[in-house]
Design a protein around this ligand. Structure first.
Ligand code: ADP
Length: 588
């Protein structure tokens, strides 16, 4: 890299001004031989700077006629110096600046009011092939004895602008998607951001209906000042099959499609409307999920635009972002469906349990009643038989039947029936719980627990255990059901104390992250880790020999807490004791 390539713009300006001071731009009338060689030196230095600078440098006179253009600027605009020198600088500008430039120069020369000169700003240049590009332009004025020159320093900022645009559009897309619950909500914001930043006039989103195998219209936006009403009003009624129309082609190929003039393109179904509304360039790209097309986005412009590779790349990223959003929403919808099905199935099961346990009780009552009658009949037979004169072998057999075999069979029947009765009433209680209405209220837990403790006074005295009640936070709950939960926990704490030592039970509570957390702690027999999760299963008892119970209390407690949007869990060590935790909504 030559030393000139590393020069900053400011340094270039400074050197040019120094050269001007040395008379580099003026032709002296009759130079002395020595002065002539100095002038030659200066000219050479200037040429070297211009030739090697990375920035485009163009000098024009006060009429806007190009005096010189350096190789960097030739490359930038695609013109050779011969094609430009001597012609108006507006050759290198797109409309409307091209038409306005002469008036602007004249105005500046007259009034001294500058828009760019000495200030610098972002403008657009036009290459020989007609393409337009953004550039940074700084102009410095050089005043000579009898005329003024203007030197423009130009830097192509296409890449920087593309990066800015990409960042802006992708940010707008991410934000719109993050804040939306459905694509219909996000779509207008995304399309608007793109249209505003890229100058496209109309944007549309089409989404694939997988069942109908059609692309369906989701949303369209048009920029303010664009009156494409006729065109956009046709869209909602339209659908596209695979390969049909611009969206259909993109669906089929899964690739972006650039159409220079949609109004003339036979593939564009709405070509006529596009023509009438003055829409020309069209650009469509797929919303992709991996390689699957989920939808298509189409933009239309009033201009005839050339394919723009950085823009294509940006849209590709945007398409996959939207594709992921659609997939996420589909997964969420599926999950919600599943949750709904699960709730319905649960309800169904509950009804079955309720009906079965309710209806099974009447035949059970019959069995119970008739087995009692059978027992009575046996009793009567036994009494009568005692007074009869029956031969010995027959008497022995009858006695065995009446005093042992029949009563034993009846005992089994009755024990079985009693067991079924307990189970059925357990089921019934459990299923009734799901049907009972929740009456939520502000619960004073100190009062509620004190009430429970009063009912346990006798058992406490019997076992010699102590019970400590700490101050408890309030919560939100159904008084009867929460009472049931804590009654059961305290009942268990007492029931499963270690008979070899005096028991200690405590109830404490705190508020954590907006929840009231209660702990019922005992120093009883504890629960082995392998059994800890099983205690919440219906009818599960670890040690049926220890005290009365149905194995239903904790199942019901868990169910009650689920309905309260609460939770129950435990921490226990065999031989040390157990702590049951209950979390409930807290009210300030
Ligand atoms: P039940 O007490 O009627 O058997 P629960 O559902 O209340 O039914 O409890 C289930 C089982 O969990 C009990 O049978 C017992 O084995 C165990 N358990 C419950 N609470 C405790 C406790 N505090 N200490 C030790 N074991 C307990």
């Amino acid at each position: 890299m030559s030393v000139y390539e590393q020069l900053t713009k400011a340094e270039l300006v400074r050197r040019l001004e120094a050269l001007e001071g040395q008379g580099a731009f003026s032709v002296p009338a009759a130079p002395e031989p020595l002065a002539q060689s100095a002038l030659h030196d200066s000219m050479e230095r200037l040429r070297a700077i211009l030739q090697t600078a990375v920035e485009g440098i163009i000098t024009i006179d006060e009429h806007g006629i190009v005096e010189s253009i350096n190789p960097a600027a030739e490359k930038l605009f695609g013109f050779t110096a011969q094609e430009v020198v001597g012609r108006n600088i507006n050759l290198l500008m797109p409309s409307p600046y091209r038409e306005e430039h002469n008036a602007y120069m004249a105005n500046y020369l007259r009034t001294g009011r500058a828009k760019i000169i000495g200030i610098g700003r972002e403008v657009f240049g036009q290459r020989k092939d007609g393409t337009v590009f953004p550039m940074d332009l700084a102009v410095s004025e050089v005043r000579l004895a009898n005329r003024r020159l203007f030197t423009g320093f130009i830097r192509d900022i296409t890449e920087r602008k593309a990066a800015e645009l990409r960042q802006h559009v992708l940010y707008a897309t991410t934000r719109a998607l993050a804040e939306a619950t459905a694509l219909t909500e996000a779509a207008p914001r995304i399309l608007e951001a793109v249209c505003q930043k890229t100058g496209w006039s109309v944007g549309e989103i089409w989404v694939l209906d997988p069942e109908a195998q059609l692309l369906r219209f989701v949303q369209a936006v048009q920029m303010p000042g664009v009156r494409a009403v006729e065109f956009t009003s046709q869209a909602p009624q339209q659908t596209f099959g695979r390969g049909l129309g611009l969206p259909g082609i993109v669906w089929d190929t899964a690739r972006p499609l650039w159409v220079k003039d949609a109004a003339q393109d036979p593939a564009c179904v709405r070509a006529l409307a596009a023509y009438q509304e003055g829409l020309h360039a069209a650009f469509a790209f797929p919303i992709l999920l991996g390689t699957l097309v989920e939808g298509v986005i189409v933009f239309f412009s009033r201009d005839f635009r050339q394919p723009d590779p950085p823009l294509l790349e940006m849209f590709q990223d945007m398409g996959s972002q939207i594709g992921q959003f659609i997939q996420r929403k589909q997964a969420e919808a599926k999950l919600a469906d599943l949750a709904q099905t699960l709730t319905e199935k649960n309800k169904e099961l509950e009804t079955i349990v309720y009906v079965a346990s309710h209806d099974l009780r009447s035949p059970l009552v019959n069995i119970q009643g008739f087995s009692k009658e059978l027992a009575l009949a046996c009793e009567r037979l036994r009494t009568r038989f005692g007074g009869l004169n029956v031969p010995n072998p027959t008497a022995a057999e009858l006695r065995l039947l009446l005093t042992e075999e029949i009563p034993e069979a009846l005992d089994f029947i009755q024990a079985g029936v009693a067991k079924i009765d307990v189970l059925l009433s357990g089921f019934l209680r459990y299923s009734r719980l799901g049907r009972a209405a929740l009456r939520l209220e502000h619960l004073n837990m100190n009062a509620l627990l004190a009430g429970i403790v009063r009912t346990l006074e006798f058992q406490l005295q019997q076992t010699g255990a102590t019970l400590r009640l700490d101050p408890l936070p309030d919560c939100l709950g159904d008084a009867a059901q929460i009472n049931q939960v804590f009654s059961n926990l305290l009942d268990n704490a007492l029931k499963y104390l270690d008979p070899r030592r005096p028991g200690h039970i405590s109830v404490s509570g705190s508020v954590e992250n907006g929840r009231s957390i209660y702990v019922v702690r005992d120093d009883g027999i504890g629960i082995a880790p392998a059994h800890q999760h099983k205690v919440f299963e219906i009818f599960h008892r670890l040690n049926p020999a220890l005290g009365e119970g149905e194995g239903l209390g904790l199942t019901i407690a868990q169910r009650i807490l689920e309905r309260h949007n609460g939770r129950i869990w435990l921490d226990s060590e065999p031989g040390q004791g157990s702590a049951f935790f209950v979390s409930l909504p807290h009210l300030e």
